[in-house]
Design a protein around this ligand. Structure first.
Ligand code: FMN
Length: 94
């Protein structure tokens, strides 16, 4: 995570991503951002024209710089404001 360009490979791939217009993208906050495997996911597809609606759990420090570091991995997408909730959210995460 200290190296912003590091990526983790994902086993498997969705074959029908073209069927989706909006992607709800959930992840835990790591060091103020999404884990880099989330960038790997976004970079695995041509998502141009789709809407990404991110949400996250965190230990308390909040959503941080997540969108800033996600957006370059999702060119041509509309990335909505991300929301974060506590790890054990009693009323859901969003
Ligand atoms: C490597 C690592 C870094 C983390 N960095 C943060 C952080 O910067 N801010 C924060 O609020 N929580 C941080 N956390 C806590 C996670 O956000 C929290 O554990 C997660 O949202 C809960 O999902 P999990 O059960 O999969 O761990 C970190 C956790 C890990 C493992």
């Amino acid at each position: 995570m200290a190296d912003r360009s590091s990526r983790v490979a994902i086993a498997g791939k969705m074959e029908n991503m073209a069927d989706y217009d909006e992607i709800f993208l959930g992840f835990p906050i790591w060091w103020g951002v999404a884990p880099h495997i989330i960038n790997s996911f976004l970079e695995s597809y041509d998502l141009a024209g789709k809407t990404i609606s991110p949400f996250a759990t965190s230990g308390g420090s909040g959503y941080g710089r997540s969108n800033k570091e996600l957006m370059p991995s999702a060119p041509g997408c509309q990335v909505e404001s991300g929301k974060d909730g506590p790890v054990r959210a009693p009323r859901g995460l969003i």
